[in-house]
Design a protein around this ligand. Structure first.
Ligand code: CP3
Length: 344
């Protein structure tokens, strides 16, 4: 079997792996001195994303250091708007910036379809990773979910509560639907090509599911993510898909019908989340990234809660959101050791 010995793929196939696999969202990043060294050399953040030599290197760094069970492609969700022709840049110390698209005029300034040529370096990175990764390590691709990506495209930056796109979704739903439709089609093409380049599973990041009132979640989040999952599986019937809908809370199960695993965020209680997710479906999560920074008792308690809460189903250990730059490396080492001990 292709996934034999690959703990993450076993969990995604709905089997209880012989041991709990672990990887961390944003595992390549500024908490690692070796990442900061490469980042300085690369120039801008996007230059790093589009440099297969350096992107391969930073993807491998956390695998070498901690022996995680999955490697996630080093890139960003905002390469998709970039490949639609929107201007995207990362202001040093301020995060992402884009020329905002707030109406149909703005929409006419970007391409109707995604330009995958522009993303060729990303596919090359995946091909190299597939050759270089140790055999048991699962290679993950990813994209942002349409609502999350659109929130950056509309506001031109990160916003505390995604107010610009939420307001537009009330005032001009046809515009928002047109933007989301474009992203659905682009994401299907993008993820399919990632799988062709060697990604063994893909994760869809809906970081802002929690910004949508429950009544609006189906239209702007669940449906677009479902269409992506189904579109990808039409091209790649065996495709494995992880959905991380941060803040979906009790509505998490709405994504269950088309996901091979559901990401659980740090705001969810593991035992409660376990009661919401259909039996047998794999979950991924959910240690609070701040408990990892704090270490000690807080971290040990959090690790145990996740291991115990999800013990009855396939579980991929992860954080409940991305690792932060101020995280001590020693705490990550302890986390990995603790999850491995629990395997015995
Ligand atoms: O997980 C990994 O190691 C793979 C790489 C990855 C990055 N971003 C690298 C990155 C992934 C999977 C992402 C996803 C991403 N990017 C999301 C969804 C996940 C989430 O965190 O909610 C979002 C919303 C983005 C958009 C984004 N990119 C923001 C808001 C920022 C700035 C925040 C920050 O930490 O500076 C980025 C930049 C970014 N993406 C960095 C990294 C390593 C830091 C850039 C740097 O090195 O200066």
């Amino acid at each position: 079997m292709a996934d034999e010995g690959k703990l993450v793929l076993e969990a995604l196939a709905g089997r209880r792996p012989s041991a709990t696999p672990i990887w961390l969202m944003r595992q390549a990043g500024r908490y690692l001195p070796e990442y900061r060294a490469v980042r300085t050399k690369a120039g801008s953040f996007l230059d790093l994303c589009y440099n297969p030599d350096l992107a391969t290197e930073v993807t491998l760094q956390p695998i070498r250091r901690f022996g995680f069970d999955a490697a996630i492609l080093f890139s960003d969700i905002l390469v998709v708007p970039h490949a639609f022709g929107q201007n995207v840049w990362f202001a040093e110390g301020e995060g992402p910036r884009l020329d905002p698209i707030a109406d149909r005029d703005g929409l006419s300034r970007i391409a109707g379809t995604i330009d995958l040529e522009r993303l060729e370096p990303v596919f090359e990175t995946l091909r190299r990773l597939r050759r270089e990764l140790p055999r048991p390590v699962t290679l993950l691709g990813f994209c942002g979910a349409p609502f999350t990506v659109a929130s950056y495209m509309v506001a031109g930056k990160g916003t505390p509560d995604q107010a610009p796109i939420r307001l537009l979704a009330y005032r001009d739903p046809e515009f928002v639907a047109a933007l989301i439709d474009r992203l659905v089609e682009g994401s299907i093409a993008y993820l399919s090509q990632q799988i062709e380049a060697g990604a063994e599973a893909v994760q869809i990041f809906e970081s802002f599911a929690g910004a949508l009132p429950p009544a609006l979640l189906p239209r702007w989040s669940v449906e677009p993510v479902r269409r992506i999952a189904e579109g990808v599986r039409q091209r790649h019937p065996g495709a494995r898909i992880i959905v991380f809908a941060k803040g979906a809370g009790a509505r998490l199960a709405d994504y269950a019908g088309f996901a091979d695993a559901l990401g659980i965020d740090w705001a969810s209680d593991p035992a409660e989340a376990d009661g919401i997710v259909p039996p047998g479906l794999a979950v991924q999560g959910n240690l609070d990234p701040l408990a990892l920074i704090a270490g000690g008792e807080a971290m040990e308690t959090g690790i145990d809660a996740a291991l115990t809460g999800f013990a009855g189903r396939p579980h991929i250990f992860n954080l409940g959101h991305g690792i932060r730059p101020e995280t001590p490396i020693a705490h990550v080492e302890r986390l990995v050791q603790r999850v491995r001990e629990a395997r015995a």
